[in-house]
Unconditional design. Structure first.
Length: 162
């Protein structure tokens, strides 16, 4: 039979183990949230040059896909021709399918960047007016007369009076 002391020690050990696991889970959660928050930080908007490079890369990727499809089509044509030749040699009556379009060669990659939008189209697309410098709100005053004499540094020259 277990004594009260042994039961108390076992309960204390179980409680300590449970608290340590809870502390470990909490610590892991805090670390995970910290890392995910730093990963979700907002990046600055890409520059026009970066956007142009991305557009060119996308166009090149699309062209490479067309080239790969062309090469696959040519390969399938060669396999079909070999099959028809072997079937004819074996005396089988096989007719090629007439509804298959010929392979279309995409040609060499040529990238022409899109023309920049005129200001009116940009305003219509974004809904924002072009930036214009703000007009001064009052008469222009010289910098020397704008600062009161009491606020002027000790070594500053005095403003000329008219």
């Amino acid at each position: 039979m277990l004594s009260l002391v042994q039961i108390t020690k076992a309960a204390a050990n179980e409680l300590l183990r449970t608290m340590m696991l809870a502390n470990l889970r909490t610590s892991s959660l805090v670390v995970l949230l910290t890392l995910s928050a730093s990963a979700a930080a907002k990046l600055p908007a890409p520059s026009d040059e970066a956007k142009a490079k991305a557009a060119e890369a996308a166009a090149l990727t699309a062209h490479n896909g067309k080239v790969a499809n062309f090469q696959l089509c040519k390969s399938m044509d060669r396999v079909a021709q070999r099959y028809l030749a072997e079937a004819k040699k074996a005396g089988k009556a096989v007719t090629p399918s007439a509804d298959i379009p010929p392979c279309a060669d995409p040609g060499a990659f040529v990238y022409t960047p899109p023309a920049p939008l005129p200001v009116a189209a940009t305003v219509a697309a974004t809904g924002a007016a072009p930036a214009t410098p703000a007009a001064p709100s009052g008469p222009a005053t010289p910098a020397s007369s704008a600062m009161p004499a009491a606020a002027m540094p000790a070594g500053a020259p005095a403003a000329a009076k008219n």
